[in-house]
Design a protein around this ligand. Structure first.
Ligand SMILES: N[C@H](CCC[C@H](N)C(=O)O)C(=O)O
Length: 277
């Protein structure tokens, strides 16, 4: 039996188990991840974040991201803010602006004086390599057949794939009706995060996300980035948007093609713990 030290954290209710893989040896298989993520038999999390050193010059850390279903993924927005808070609070760095690589790209979290964290999430991508779906056409809105109904989605990669649709009301049942079916749609061989965006004003949206590998979460940082990018590409939103999630608010900015998406929001430590593996 071995034990694993961890810190439970949350960003707008999107909750994480954060593990220091710098000062402890960590090897977690998918079955163990699923058990740790179980909210009755384990600690419970939407994602587990594994912090490691990086051998890449100029990069401070690497962090790996695992969904509650055990799948490893490319990017996590709320997780990036919690990662930054974690490495500073744990004394793993004395920097407040950090360069961290993930499975798909380098991002740059910065701890703000007031406690929030701003992250340069990199530029969104719309190329087939990231989302095979767009190989068919370069349209901003694609029609997707979901169980005999047709929905209009905009696909955006923030490193991880998102399919965002505009709804008249985020509480109109679309999340429950389409979320899992879009996540597992055959047109997305690596599955996809399904976003549901209600436009409240050109600088304000409400958003719910059925996340790949976790189900609906109270907030999804990359989902908020993808929704704002989708809304701007569709001509519905201006460059800086307040995103209301069920867990609270995020500020997202995007200046257009080729430019990074900037995300600002909270990162909260809940407790430290030790679990027996
Ligand atoms: N479920 C996502 C990863 C976590 C993203 C989310 N928690 C965020 O804050 O961006 C995926 O499979 O791509």
């Amino acid at each position: 039996m071995s034990s694993l030290r961890f810190t439970k954290m949350q960003g707008l209710g999107n909750d994480f188990v954060v593990v220091d893989g710098v000062r402890q040896q960590v090897a977690l298989d998918a079955a163990t991840l699923r058990r740790l993520g179980d909210r009755h038999f384990g600690v419970g999390f939407d994602q587990l974040l594994l912090v490691e050193t990086s051998s890449t010059p100029g990069i401070d850390f690497r962090y790996r991201i695992f969904n509650a279903d055990g799948s490893e993924v490319e990017q996590c927005g709320n997780g990036a803010r919690c990662f930054a808070r974690f490495v500073v609070d744990q004394g793993l760095t004395d920097k407040t602006e950090i360069a961290v690589e993930t499975a798909r790209g380098v991002i740059y979290p910065r701890l703000e004086a007031g406690g929030d964290v701003t992250v340069d999430m990199g530029a969104p991508r719309f190329i087939p390599a990231d989302i095979p779906f767009v190989a068919e056409a370069d349209a901003v809105v694609h029609q997707l057949d979901v169980g005999g109904e047709t929905v209009g989605i905009t696909v955006v990669s923030m490193g991880n794939p998102h399919a965002v649709q505009v709804v008249s009301d985020v509480n109109n049942g679309a999340v429950e009706r389409f979320g899992a079916a879009i996540e597992n749609h055959p047109r997305f061989p690596a599955r996809v995060n399904a976003g549901f965006m209600q436009v409240l004003a050109r600088d304000e949206i409400a958003l719910r996300v059925h996340e790949r590998g976790a189900g609906e979460t109270l907030a999804c940082g990359t989902g908020a980035c993808a929704a704002v990018v989708a809304g701007i590409r569709r001509g519905l939103l201006d460059a800086t948007v307040r995103v209301h999630t069920r867990g609270g608010g995020l500020s997202i900015s995007w200046a257009g093609e080729g430019r990074p998406v900037l995300m600002t929001g909270p990162a909260v430590t809940v407790f430290d713990g030790v679990i027996t593996l």
